[in-house]
Design a protein around this ligand. Structure first.
Ligand code: FAD
Ligand code: NAI
Length: 462
């Protein structure tokens, strides 16, 4: 039995970041992980592998659609799916090995196996029980099941199966027009699959700003994705390796079916805390199974903290990371803090979609007086040169004070551009502060400045 100041259970972006921060602050730390490799959902079957496939297939799209326009002629590349999967696997490996290296560097013990908390201050891994001054639950999430649909990870897959289908399907049905559905749907559409996305609500990415949703659906439509909105999937039947998806249209209760070689179920994720023994320990969870915390990552049991996907809030790697750092700091006696009002979200399609703060719909509902500054990438020289002029930057600012309340970008590098506005919001900046900041030319960032100018006297290039 070993004794630690902190034992973190789970090595995803929440857990490994918490472990590193706690070690940096001088605490003796161990991290329990049951998978073969460190890094959690994000590095093994989430953010990293999906972005590798998005990157590879975007290169293919550029070669097929834009190279010839720039005078780059010749045969378009053909797809070697096995090699693409190898590239994805190697990308995962360099990243997970990177976390192993960071653990060694920070003298963090990796306790290999599945952990449980038999009593306060104790963590059991296999037959060993370790003492822990503090325990951080960072056990993440898993795919939520959809009634009437059985995932076999061959024909009917979750995101994990979608990251390594045996072959590229001719026809794919994606259930759920959320982040996973649209990212992975884009991957297979670019690889030549006929992709139909079936969504329960009447819009794609239901939590995004309304104008962005409309533009996003239009652009994805041009890329070949088909949408059936307002449709409740009632079941999926698999026969001889082919699937039939049945759905009911909510507007008139009519029913229809779609045939597919592969079906991706992407209707959300649920917290994963199985086997930890939380109930016996007295740790309270919500109705949906999220571990309840007090705003400082403390659970209902003293000395037990929880972070990341296992707790409420957006299921995002950077949210988990920020909570990991803040929880470690709280344990070390510092004032750990996460500003939940400024957590960006990004969809890594092409173009990318990024958002921070409030949507126009939320401001309207709250009765807040606001103004909108919008600028299309059509007016941005760099975007036009790079065939990336589809999309816009939209900044929402308080009508009186000009303080930035939200920002929404659909366009090239939106996931990077959004951070200028995150920093501005952290500093309580006005749109005018961004508008008065000199932005290098020619960059996509100029579109952000122009949107900020549009909150005042108007943009220059529109
Ligand atoms: P996880 O990453 O889920 O890690 C939890 C770890 O705990 C797992 O490794 C698990 O094995 C381990 N564990 C669980 N129970 C135990 C136990 N009892 N003992 C030992 N170990 C245990 N987010 C983004 O921000 N950007 C993206 O681009 C993005 N892309 C995604 C793509 C896909 C396909 C998916 C599925 C998710 C994506 N996400 C993305 C979400 C992101 O992966 C999660 O928000 C993030 O991984 C949550 O981190 P976490 O540390 O809370 O949990
Ligand atoms: P999601 O919550 O983003 O989207 C699920 C979609 O499925 C919603 O649009 C919902 O209305 C729809 N839906 C639910 N039930 C349905 C039904 N019966 N029939 C049809 N549609 C139905 O969930 P998703 O895409 O599974 O992603 C899970 C989590 O992973 C998200 O919380 C997301 O934040 C995270 N993630 C983040 C990424 C990123 O940051 N780029 C990438 C991938 C995942």
């Amino acid at each position: 039995m070993a004794s630690y100041d902190v034992i973190v259970i789970g090595s995803g972006p929440g857990g490994y970041v918490a472990a590193i921060r706690a070690a940096q602050l001088g605490l003796k730390v161990a991290c329990v992980e049951g998978r073969e490799t460190l890094g959690g959902t994000c590095l093994n079957v989430g953010c990293i592998p999906s972005k590798a496939l998005l990157h590879a297939t975007h290169q293919l799209h550029e070669a097929e659609h834009n190279f010839a326009k720039m005078g780059l002629k010749g045969k378009a590349p053909t797809v070697d799916w096995k090699q693409m999967l190898t590239y994805k696997a190697e990308t995962i490996e360099t990243n997970t090995k990177g976390i192993e290296f960071l653990f060694k560097k920070n003298k963090i013990d990796w306790l290999k196996g599945w952990g449980s908390i038999p009593e306060k201050g104790k963590v059991k891994v296999g037959d060993e029980v370790h003492e822990a001054g503090n325990i951080i639950v960072a056990t993440g999430s898993e795919v939520a099941q959809l009634k009437g649909v059985e995932i076999d990870e061959k024909v009917v897959v979750s995101s994990t199966g979608a990251l390594e289908l045996a072959k590229i399907p001719k026809k794919m049905v994606v259930i759920g027009a959320g982040v996973i559905g649209l990212e992975m749907g884009s991957v297979y559409a670019r690889l030549g699959a006929e992709v139909t996305v079936v969504e329960f609500l009447d819009t794609v990415t239901p939590t995004m700003d309304g104008e962005v949703q409309k533009q996003f659906q239009k652009i994805l439509g041009k890329q070949g994705l088909k949408f059936v909105l307002g449709a409740a999937v009632s079941g999926v039947e698999v026969k001889n390796g082919k699937a039939t998806v049945s759905y009911t249209l909510r507007k008139d209760d009519s029913t229809a079916t779609l045939d597919a070689d592969a079906v991706l179920v992407a209707t959300g994720r649920r917290p994963f805390t199985d086997g930890l023994g939380l109930k016996e320990l007295g740790v309270e969870v919500t109705e949906r199974g999220f571990v309840k915390t007090d705003g400082h990552f403390r659970t209902s049991v003293e000395g037990v903290y929880a972070i990341g996907d296992a707790t409420e809030g957006p299921m995002l790697a950077h949210k988990a990371e920020d909570e990991g750092m803040a929880a470690a700091e709280t344990i070390a006696g510092r004032a750990g803090h996460v500003n939940y009002g400024v957590i960006p979200s990004v969809i890594y399609t092409h173009p990318e979609v990024a958002a921070v703060g409030q949507t126009e719909e939320e401001l309207k509902e709250a009765g807040r007086a606001y103004k909108v500054g919008k600028f299309s990438f059509m007016g941005n020289g760099r975007a036009k040169a790079n065939f990336a002029a589809d999309g816009f930057v939209k900044i929402l600012a308080d009508k009186e004070t000009d303080r930035i309340l939200g920002a929404h970008i659909i366009g090239p590098m939106a996931g990077d551009l959004i951070h200028e506005l995150c920093v501005a919001m952290e500093f309580g900046a006005a749109a005018e502060d961004v508008a008065l900041t000199c932005h290098a030319h020619p960059t996509y960032s100029e579109a952000v400045r122009e949107a900020a100018l549009a909150c005042g006297d108007g943009p220059i290039h529109m």
